[in-house]
Design a protein around this ligand. Structure first.
Ligand SMILES: NC(=O)C1=CN([C@@H]2O[C@H](COP(=O)(O)OP(=O)(O)OC[C@H]3O[C@@H](n4cnc5c(N)ncnc54)[C@H](O)[C@@H]3O)[C@@H](O)[C@H]2O)[C@@H](O)CC1
Ligand SMILES: [K+]
Length: 210
């Protein structure tokens, strides 16, 4: 039977994989980003299209920055929209941001770039969402949903509760969601299908199954 997990269960599996087994967090992040890249290159044939990656400041955003780098390496024009205070970024996010600087990927906080996108990667919140979406985050999700481009969500459509599928104020409407290791309870609900679109489970992450 398919294993479906809550945010807490997924965090425990990640933590065990990283801290007990010793697979570095950045290795898991790279595997996650490769799965998103592969899905984008397979399902959204792009030529000189413009991918906009919207990245929060946690590890979901870190995944997004790694996807931005991998798509740039694949030859696509990519822009990063950063959301959230960079001073509060996770360590992995900071590492990925440093690498993106090296790859000279344009980075902005200006949401108008979403109107020029032909594909949007949603990497604002993943399983770490723990309160209603408010303020600038709300504006960003609204702008993503108003843009014409299809959206690929990283792990979860931002704004959707991982456990219940509840819309926490507002949520990204994705064409496809690439979720990592196991399906998430919230993605199996009616909202999960409505906001997550096609759900791809990247099940070769290397996450250890307790
Ligand atoms: N090493 C790991 O732990 C791995 C994590 N991965 C990615 O990391 C994600 C989880 O990362 P994080 O735990 O950093 O959490 P997120 O990146 O999902 O969220 C970032 C932070 O946003 C804050 N937040 C929550 N709700 C908010 C709200 N409504 N408004 C404003 N801020 C809010 C929280 O403090 C949270 O830590 C996964 O979904 C997955 O995409 C993957 O890279 C695989 C490996
Ligand atoms: K996301």
């Amino acid at each position: 039977m398919e294993k479906i997990v809550t945010a807490a269960e997924m965090k425990q599996l990640d933590s065990h994989t990283i801290n007990t087994i010793g697979i570095p967090s950045l290795v898991l992040m790279e595997r996650a980003a490769l799965a998103v890249r592969d899905e984008i290159l397979t399902a959204f044939p792009l030529n000189q299209d413009h991918v906009v990656v919207v990245a929060g400041n946690g590890n979901n955003g870190g995944d997004g920055l790694a996807v931005a780098r991998l798509l740039k390496i694949a030859g696509l024009p990519v822009t990063i929209v950063n959301v959230g205070n960079p001073d509060h970024a996770s360590e992995e996010h900071k590492t990925q941001a440093h690498i993106c600087d090296y790859y000279k990927i344009p980075t902005t906080t200006d949401l108008s770039v979403l109107n020029d996108a032909t594909l949007i990667v949603d990497a604002i919140f993943g399983i770490g969402i723990n309160r209603p979406v408010a303020g600038h985050y709300q504006d960003v999700i609204k702008a993503i949903n108003e843009a014409k481009a299809p959206v690929v969500a990283v792990d979860m459509p931002s704004g959707l509760n991982t456990d219940t599928g509840e819309v926490m104020g507002i949520a990204v409407k994705a064409a496809t969601t690439v979720t990592f290791a196991y399906n998430k309870k919230g993605l199996t609900t009616a909202n999960g299908h409505q906001y997550g679109g096609r759900i791809i489970i990247a099940n070769d992450m290397g996450t250890y199954d307790l």
